[in-house]
Design a protein around this ligand. Structure first.
Ligand code: PLP
Length: 224
């Protein structure tokens, strides 16, 4: 292993205020890197490809909480439903329905976040604010016994313009309040704001992130 994962992990953890949890994004990184972080006490890891995740789940300790952070195709849900702890990037009702169906089969409740598309890049996935409002107002999610909507997730634009990034985080933060008040006021489980990656997490934390998804800063550059 040629990257100081343990040192980097502790640097990142030391920089997070209380109440902000770290999801260590381990996609494309080898298992010994994950174990190095695990040995330091890290238990929450994020992956974005179903097959890579399946391999790692079999090889690594059972008490790891895996978050699926990538774009998830509905036909892949059945593979991860038996063990996934949280699916962070739910971007359609169709996907939510499939998670409900597969989680029911596995006799589990799967935690999910609704992914917002706020960034200007067309390449990013997620629900526009209006699409998210519509999904929630239609109300089908209320009948779902095997998914628990725990909050919102988003990725800011990939840019050096701090002001733009901050604006996007602020939009997400305000939208969280709107939705919390309108639909989840009596649901303490709806509390997560997953924003912030290696390059922008200090700004995300200033804009009320509760969960940062950090890969490169802990594990180094990904080798594709
Ligand atoms: C890869 C990825 C991250 C981590 O990005 P880094 O820049 O390596 O910290 C966070 N969130 C999502 C959705 C990702 O795909």
């Amino acid at each position: 292993m040629n990257y100081p994962v343990k040192e980097k992990l502790h640097e990142v953890l030391a920089s997070l205020p209380e109440g902000v949890r770290l999801v260590a994004i381990s996609k494309y990184h080898p298992e010994d890197y994950i174990m190095a972080a695990y040995e330091e006490g890290q238990r929450v890891f994020g992956e974005s490809h179903e097959q890579e995740l399946a391999r790692k789940v079999t090889a690594l300790p059972q008490d790891i909480e895996w978050h699926f952070i990538g774009h998830l195709q509905t036909n892949k849900v059945k593979y991860i439903a038996p063990y996934i702890s949280m699916i962070e990037a739910v971007d359609s009702l169709k996907l939510l329905r499939e998670i409900e169906k597969q989680a029911a089969k596995a006799d589990r409740v799967v935690k999910v976040l609704l992914e917002l598309h706020i960034a200007e890049e067309a390449t990013k996935y997620g629900l526009t604010l209006d699409a998210c409002r519509q999904l929630l107002s239609e109300g089908e999610w209320r009948q779902m016994q095997h998914v628990q909507i725990c909050g919102l997730m988003m990725m800011a634009s990939f840019t050096d313009d701090h002001q733009q990034i901050e604006q996007e985080f602020q939009t997400a933060s305000d939208f969280f309040d709107e939705v919390k008040q309108q639909y989840f006021a009596n649901d303490p489980a709806f509390c997560e704001r997953s924003w912030g990656m290696s390059d922008d997490y200090p700004l995300a934390v200033q804009h009320r992130s509760t969960m940062v998804r950090i890969g490169t800063m802990i594990f180094g550059p990904r080798v594709y």
